[in-house]
Each structure stands twice: as C-alpha cells, then as structure tokens.
Design a binder for this molecule. Sequence first.
Ligand code: KG4
Ligand code: ZN
Length: 346
Amino acid sequence: MDPLVLGIESTCDETGVALVQGTDLLVDVTASSMDEHARFGGIVPEVASRAHLEAFVPTLEEALSRAGKSLSDVDAIAVAAGPGLVGSLTVGNAAAKSLAVALGKPLHGVNHVIGHAAVDELVHGEFPEKVMALVVSGGHTSLLKIDDVATQVTELGHTLDDAAGEAFDKVGRLLELPYPGGPHIDRLAREGDPTAIPFPRALTAPKFQEKHAYDFSFSGLKTAVARWVERERDAGREIPINDVAASFADAVADVLVMKTLNACREHGIDTLVIGGGFSANSQLREMATRRGEEAGIDVRIPPIRYCTDNGAMIAALGSAVVRRGLAPSSLGYGVDSSMPLTRVVA
Ligand code: KG4
Ligand code: ZN
C-alpha cells in the first residue's frame, strides 16, 4: 500500500489541502481569497497571508472529513516551499511544520512550479521516462525537461519579462475588461479573427536560436497591442475588440506551442504536459492539441480544476518524492520566494 500524503498549497491566493495515495487523489479542497483582491486589480500579499491564516484549519478539516480520514492516517506531509509570495508561503509552511512536529510525521518541502506538472500523474497516470512540461500561469511561464519528476528536472527556458497570464491580464486592463482579464480575452478571442492583426512573435527570429531558443517574452507584445489600440482610437476608429483579442491570443499561443514542440523534437521527447492556471486558455489548448497530434506528440493537459493552484499538485509531487524514498526536508529550512526550478525539494 502506498503512503498517504497530505499536500498543502499556500504560495499565492489559494489555500489548498489534498490527500494522495500513490497516484490516487482521495480529496482536494481549495479556499481562494481572489474575491478580496479583485477590487485592487491584483493580489495584495498582506491580504493573501491573512486569508491563508483564516482558511488553513477549516480547509484541512474539510479535506479530512470528506476523505473519511484522520490526521493519524497521514504517513507524510508535503508543502509548497516556493516559489511564491513570502508571507503566503510562511503561513502554509509554518502550518505544515507544526503538523509534522505534532504528529511525528516526515515533512517534504516541494517546488510549487514542478507540482503544476506532477499533478498530471493523478489524471493521466505515472509519467513515462522523459516528459516535457510547459507551466504557464499568472506568475510563471517555464519550459521543463523532466527525467524524473522527484529528482531530475531541468529548466530549458522561461519568460524574460511577463508571464503569459500576466500579459493577458495587462492587455485586459488596456481593453478595459474586469480583472483578471485572461478569461475575458479568451472569450472575446473565440469570436474574432486571429489573423486580423499581425502582432509580433518575440524571440523567434534565427538570431535568438542560440541563447533564447526556449525563452519567452510577452512585454513587447503587450506594448504592440497598446500602440495598435491607441492608433486606432486616435484615428477615431472603433476598436474591433474581438479581432484584437484573437490576434493577441494567437500570438501568445503560437510562440508557446512552437517553442515547446521544438524542444520536444530536439530532446526526442514525445510526451508533453501543460499545467498552470493559464492552461485553461482555449487558444493554447486547441493549438497545442492540434499541432502536437501533427507532430506525433502525446499532449496531456489536466482538467482546469487541477491547473489552477491547489493542494493536489503538492500532494502529487510529495507522493512521487516519498515513493522514491527521498529523505524528508530538515525542519529548519526557510521558504524560498524564488526557489529555483532545478530544486524539486527544499
Ligand atoms: O495559476 P493561476 O490560477 O494563478 C497564478 O499562479 O498566477 O493562473 C491565473 C492566470 C491569470 O493571469 C488569469 O488571467 C490567467 O491565468 N487565465 C487565463 C485563462 N484562465 C486563467 N488566461 C487566458 N485564458 C484563460 N482562459
Ligand atoms: Zn501556480
């Protein structure tokens, strides 16, 4: 029987608690403070930390009760040790360490971003020997080569400026859409023509092949959209908002998918996992699935509820770490707001 792993997530605005045994998810409960941030147009770290403090115990109790388990049934605890907001991380890690000490159970501090990939094992089964993972959200855009999700992860590239979701939110703001703008742009884009406006594809020219083949940049694209909209407004023309959204979304998805599939080809990898809150994006899902199929690559995208921040992703990675027999984290470790992606565990 595989060990029962309790997973705790608190890197940003979601308090997540889940129980995983092997690759079976028993329960996953999430409390979000997003509504408290919406009026500020972005996450307020202090508000998020306080919300974690209030939500942790009720979320834990609900998870245990829904699974019909008690804390004494738990064999190991996993918590996201970084990257993330330092205040939010501190609350979750203090809770996890307290539980570990009180229960006398091993604690594993794990990497949140790698958790976004690991959660797919709960949905589509254990990873094959080599996997490529694209993790895209409001906070991260990273391309990972995974030889073993618990022990060997290499970051091939990342965004040099804005994350994909962040770029959507910023364009949403300039199109005067509610925060977060990402899902609104997605919806408008479905009604528009993706070829209407030729927005730039950053870092795709041959001269970037050597240094930035797998890096991304979305801030120039955001500026290009702003300039285009400004010009049209100045000329007194009505903004074709659906076409702007569709052309912008197409530019983002095109670069993400093109670079990711190139990396799969170069490294001889035929399984691609896409995770993180931005993988809810329809343009990305459609393009990755279609082009992946054409390239003979198995594209695995978990259902959206596992792509946004949650406890299941942390329990999934914790379970992989425990199954490999890795030593627990020492309780003296500190949270790491910029935990490198080469480190799976704290
Ligand atoms: O992972 P997540 O829930 O939170 C972070 O860790 O950032 O990701 C949320 C991000 C936000 O920027 C949101 O606007 C974006 O993902 N997003 C979308 C869609 N759904 C969420 N962007 C475009 N299309 C969507 N359907
Ligand atoms: Zn995340």
